[in-house]
Design a protein around this ligand. Structure first.
Ligand code: C2E
Ligand code: MG
Ligand code: MG
Ligand code: MG
Length: 292
């Protein structure tokens, strides 16, 4: 009796695993097809210059309009894509598409940047890095807006010596492309390496921003020390995940230059983001921001 139910349980798990494997396999096929169709799309999120109260850049974030599952978020399909070269094909598509779409932007400030995200394979696998560099070389000079590439702190620290070498290669080929460390503060950067990494921008992990002004008094101290570090290393600082006026006020006091987050708008198609940024009062008055 016990044995039988044990067996059934295994049979059940077995079936569940098979189903899960098949689901991921079919998602993988779908994703390969999506690359060749027009199912992938970019959403953009504004980066705001806090002191000047104006938009100073856009981050491109991938979305997938799946024919039967609807609009999928990166968390729904990037983990799967990251298991193979697929992620590099996606990231390359994003780079080209972000450049294509950003050509329509009227440049209204000298520092308006288009940021894209890179994955570990882009940075560490020679074949993919070379292709990326070749494209950055072309786009970095042809694109009217300067490009920024974002790499998470944890990806950088995975093999920091190789990461530094490869970032130097990117800089050598495309000197106008800037480099941002994404989700900064949550990894384990050694200060000694930070000094040597050829980077331009630190994006403070949104976990610290979420804790600003709460009982957790440590967050402000951490943000303050990141700002000081950035000043000493001559880097720009961006706060990610800014959701409230209170957080924005604290960030201003702490000397953070730029902010990005739902307070200014959720990621959306480029036309919507640009419309919102041209609305009177942006970014102080937020009536235009339907989500808030
Ligand atoms: P990320 O690069 O740190 O991007 C910021 C993420 O935080 C975005 O999620 C954005 O929607 C979300 N976010 C922005 N403001 C707020 C806020 O105020 N509050 C909260 N709670 N969240 C906010 P998304 O678009 O789901 O992307 C998640 C991650 O997926 C990105 O994190 C990035 O690491 C990765 N990703 C997105 N697009 C690409 C891509 O084209 N290539 C690669 N390799 N990774 C990508
Ligand atoms: Mg999301
Ligand atoms: Mg990013
Ligand atoms: Mg981030």
């Amino acid at each position: 009796e016990a044995k039988a139910s044990g067996k059934n349980r295994y049979a059940f798990f077995d079936q569940e695993m098979t189903e899960r494997a098949q689901a991921s396999l079919s998602l993988r096929h779908d994703l390969e097809r999506a690359l060749d169709s027009d199912e992938l799309c970019l959403y953009f999120q504004a980066r705001v210059d806090i002191a000047r109260s104006r938009i100073c850049g856009l981050e491109a974030l991938i979305r997938w309009n799946h024919p039967s599952r609807g609009l999928l978020q990166p968390a729904d399909f990037l983990p799967l894509a990251e298991r193979s070269d697929l992620i590099c094909r996606l990231d390359h598509w994003v780079l080209k598409q972000a450049c294509r779409e950003s050509r329509q932007i009227q440049k209204d400030g000298p520092d308006f940047r288009i940021a894209i995200n890179l994955s570990a394979r882009d940075l560490y696998e020679t074949k993919h890095l070379q292709r990326l560099i070749a494209t950055l070389e072309v786009e970095g000079t042809q694109n009217p807006l300067p490009l920024e590439i974002e790499i998470t702190e944890s990806i950088l620290m995975h093999d920091v010596e190789l990461a530094m070498d490869n970032l130097r290669r990117i800089k050598a080929a495309a000197p106008d492309v800037t480099i941002a460390i994404d989700d900064f503060g949550s990894g384990y950067s050694s200060l000694n390496y930070l000094r040597q990494i050829p980077m331009d921008t630190l994006k403070i992990d949104r976990a610290f921003i979420a804790d600003l002004g709460t009982e957790n008094g440590g967050a402000a101290a951490i943000v303050r020390s990141i700002v000081e570090l950035a000043r000493n290393l001559n880097l720009h600082v961006v706060a990610e995940g800014v959701e409230t006026e209170a957080q924005l006020g604290l960030l201003r006091e702490l000397g953070v230059e730029e902010a990005q987050g739902f307070l200014f708008g959720r990621p959306a198609p480029i036309a919507n983001v640009l419309d919102a940024s041209r609305a009177p009062g942006f970014p102080q008055r937020r009536e235009w921001n339907a989500d808030n």
